[in-house]
Ligand binder design. Structure first.
Ligand code: M7G
Length: 719
């Protein structure tokens, strides 16, 4: 959508995502995009947003900024850019498939005004800078509605019944609106009399007009020898891969630029269809920025005639967009920060004067099902997402807080489980919602290797564990890949994961466990598997709430934990050692579990491993060392801290995350920042105070335990 994002000179940046509009502070570009929150007021997909253009500019000067930073108390959340107070009165307009045009306050996310006069889905909105009472919106049926907010009246205009792609108010001529449509025409419509009057029909583009940008200075002298003072120039970008500049006085094209054919397209002998966004630069009207088919941002000098008249913005450390930028908007002080939003789902900020990237932010197009830090490089976190892409976030990079690499090749479904290989660096296993299990090498450009055996439905768990040594596993193999789905555990061996040998089936490991313990385990509907850290034992969770502990080398049952009442979603072993107890943690034989019964249990298995009983005897546990009843819906993931003994985080469908001190039996904090079910959590491997959580709101959030409130459950339950 051509109007899916917008920025203003105050330093606000907004974009629509599903039914919400996210608001960011970009007033200090070097500190990145800082999320201020989101507006949840639409009932269907948001397609277009516009910030009030003449929002009183109150960006801090450098001196003031330093002063505020120094004085900032820990409670002052807005210390590094826009203050919450300074945002009072800032307005944003948004519209979408629910056919409602809404105006709301950015500071409080409260509704101010709205209208519901469209008869088709809204595709674009524009706010008039010369008269902020005027808002234009266009829809799929070709209708433009001009809303006068003061008189609360609507004027309608339609030329053709065609999809409207983009609109833009002229910053120099009152109530002059440019309208770009599917067939390639641009209409100039004068609304100054209150109703729409067609001034010019700009013909030339052969395909959809996707973007419009008015020249920041009035007049046409820059490109035309005869200056029409009362007129101005407009640039348009189209799917026909051309950028055109038009004189509004004559309604004629004065300049044509063709997008270069990228090398990749040349190699493939194809011309990919592209999206051409344009943005005229405020600090130098000779310059225009456009997107390109390979994701680069191109800088065009309009005064250079034919030939080589463009250069490329420099992304450096931040990696350029991998796909074309859909939107380019200018904002921040002087309009000198460019914000681009690309098909690759990344947002980037650029300095318009130096043509360098300033920061980038990845956005996610689906639920976040799983997050796991690499055991060999704890700063590297794999994120499995419902948009069929795995992100690997290198959180150790001090130069770029969002150093993220996306892996999408060969992944055709939602990524529901990930697991790093315990000893081979960069080897990541994943499972998908269509039952597929595969292994990816993040340091090679090779396609993932997929197992020949599938689950019928979602893969909930993938885990590397010692090979069972049964038929099919080679002698030399130490680790196999295990996956859990459809209540069974599969063991994938090197042979079943081979590209060439697709006939070798994975081993049904849950059946193997039943066979080895025929007397004790009659039925095993497995939902989870997890090895302890010296790999001597593993726990299997089941759909009836039972947790079984087996010996790795003999596959014999060691213990049965019958405490939970419903399906087990997660079982986690306490680390052998933590940063506080490097020579061995006092909690090392603890096992935590959570599931659909909402209660978090921690059991002490030292009686199993401490050889206080004969190994022949199976330990039966019917009560836990500690249980916590904070969650009000199913628990989906838990994680022990690698830094502190007995510190645990849990997340659940109630959208809450809790950090627990299991030794003391108390909650240390509660995090309420997410909106929607939580599915996964991790302690940062780098900073003991940092926690990462994610779920169905498609946000990965990193937060500090020390900055969250302690929950008030009344009396903490201790056993
Ligand atoms: P679902 O299958 O998408 O939906 O599971 P439903 O159970 O509500 O029908 C939702 C979430 O519950 C998953 O993301 C998991 O966190 C958890 N979950 C559900 N099942 C059936 C399992 C399971 O068999 N094993 C594990 N480990 N988690 C599960």
């Amino acid at each position: 959508m051509s109007a899916i994002s917008d920025a203003n000179e105050r330093g606000l940046y907004v974009y629509g995502a599903m039914q919400k509009v996210y608001v960011f502070d970009i007033s200090v570009p070097s500190s990145g995009l800082r999320m201020l929150g989101y507006y949840p007021g639409h009932e269907d997909r948001v397609t277009s947003v516009a910030l009030c253009p003449n929002d009183e500019v109150s960006v801090f000067s450098n001196n003031q900024l330093t002063k505020t930073t120094l004085e900032a108390s820990s409670e002052e959340k807005y210390a590094f850019g826009l203050s919450k107070e300074s945002l009072a009165g800032s307005l944003c307009c948004s519209a979408g498939d629910d056919m409602v045009v809404k105006i709301w306050e950015v500071n409080s996310f409260t509704d101010v005004q709205s209208h519901k006069e469209h008869k088709g889905k809204i595709t674009t909105v524009s706010w008039c800078a010369l008269n902020t009472n005027l808002i234009a919106s266009g829809d799929e049926r070709g209708e433009i509605l001009l809303w006068n907010r003061k008189s609360n009246t609507i004027a309608r205009w339609r030329q053709e019944k065609t999809y409207i792609y983009c609109t833009a108010f002229c910053p120099h001529v009152p109530a002059l609106l440019a309208v770009g449509v599917r067939q390639g025409t641009v209409f100039l419509v004068d609304f100054s009399s209150g109703t729409g009057y067609l001034v010019h029909r700009l013909r030339g583009h052969e395909d959809e007009v996707m973007s419009l940008s008015w020249c920041p200075i009035p007049g046409e002298a820059m490109l035309k020898s005869v200056n029409e003072e009362s007129s101005c120039l407009i640039a348009t970008g189209s799917k026909d891969r051309t950028i055109r500049v038009w004189s509004c006085s004559k309604g004629q094209q004065v300049l044509l630029k063709k997008l270069p054919v990228q090398r990749r397209e040349q190699d493939q002998g194809t011309r990919t269809k592209t999206w051409v966004a344009v943005c005229w630069l405020k600090h130098n009207p000779e310059l225009l920025v456009s997107s390109s088919s390979n994701g680069d941002l191109l800088l065009w000098n309009l005064l250079h005639g034919k030939g080589h008249s463009h250069s490329t913005f420099y992304a450096g450390e931040f990696k350029s967009h991998a796909r074309p930028a859909f939107n380019i908007c200018s904002g921040g002080a002087g309009g000198n920060t460019l914000c681009t939003f690309s098909q690759d789902r990344t947002l980037m900020l650029w300095d318009a004067i130096s043509s360098n990237a300033v920061c980038s932010l990845h956005t996610l197009g689906g639920f976040v099902y799983c997050l796991r830090s690499s055991p060999l490089d704890p700063g590297r976190v794999a994120v499995g997402v419902g948009d069929n892409v795995i992100r690997v976030w290198n959180m150790s990079n001090k130069m770029n807080a969002y150093d993220i690499t996306s892996f999408w090749q060969g992944i055709k479904n939602k990524v529901t489980a990930v697991s790093w290989h315990p000893v081979k660096e960069g080897i990541l296993a994943y499972g998908t919602d269509d039952g597929r299990v595969a292994v990816l090498d993040i340091f090679s450009r090779k396609m993932p290797v997929t197992s020949g055996t599938l689950h019928v439905r979602t893969v909930y768990v993938v885990a590397w564990g010692p090979s069972s040594g049964s038929a099919g596993t080679a002698e030399s193999e130490t680790f196999s890949l295990y996956s859990v789905g459809d209540c069974k555990i599969l063991e994938h061996t090197t042979a079943s994961l081979s590209r060439t040998d697709t006939k070798t089936e994975a081993i049904n490991f849950s059946d193997l466990l039943i066979k080895n313990n025929i007397e004790e385990v009659t039925c095993l509907k497995a939902t989870e598997i997890s090895w302890n850290l010296n790999l001597k034992a593993f726990a299997v969770g089941a759909d009836d709430g039972v947790v079984y502990v087996f010996d790795t080398s003999t596959l014999k049952l060691l213990a049965v934990i019958k405490i939970h009442l419903k399906l087990i979603n997660c079982v986690r072993w306490h680390p052998k050692a933590t940063s506080t107890s490097p020579n061995g943690s006092p909690c090392q034989s603890w096992l935590a579990s959570g599931g659909n019964d909402q209660v978090l249990h921690v059991v002490d298995l030292s009686c199993v491993f401490g050889k206080c009983i004969s190994l022949e005897q199976i330990v039966m546990l019917n009560s836990s060392l500690r249980h916590f009843t904070g969650h009000t819906s199913r628990i989906t993931d838990i994680c022990w801290s690698p830094h502190h003994d007995g510190r645990l985080i849990s997340v659940g469908y109630d959208a809450e995350a809790y950090v627990w001190d299991v030794q003391k039996g108390v909650a240390l904090c509660q995090f309420k920042g997410h909106h929607g079910r939580l599915l996964t959590c991790q302690f940062s491997g780098l900073d003991p105070d940092l926690v990462i959580t994610a779920g169905t709101d498609s946000n990965v959030m990193v937060w500090r335990v020390s900055e969250q409130p302690i929950p008030n459950f009344g009396e903490q339950k201790k056993k």
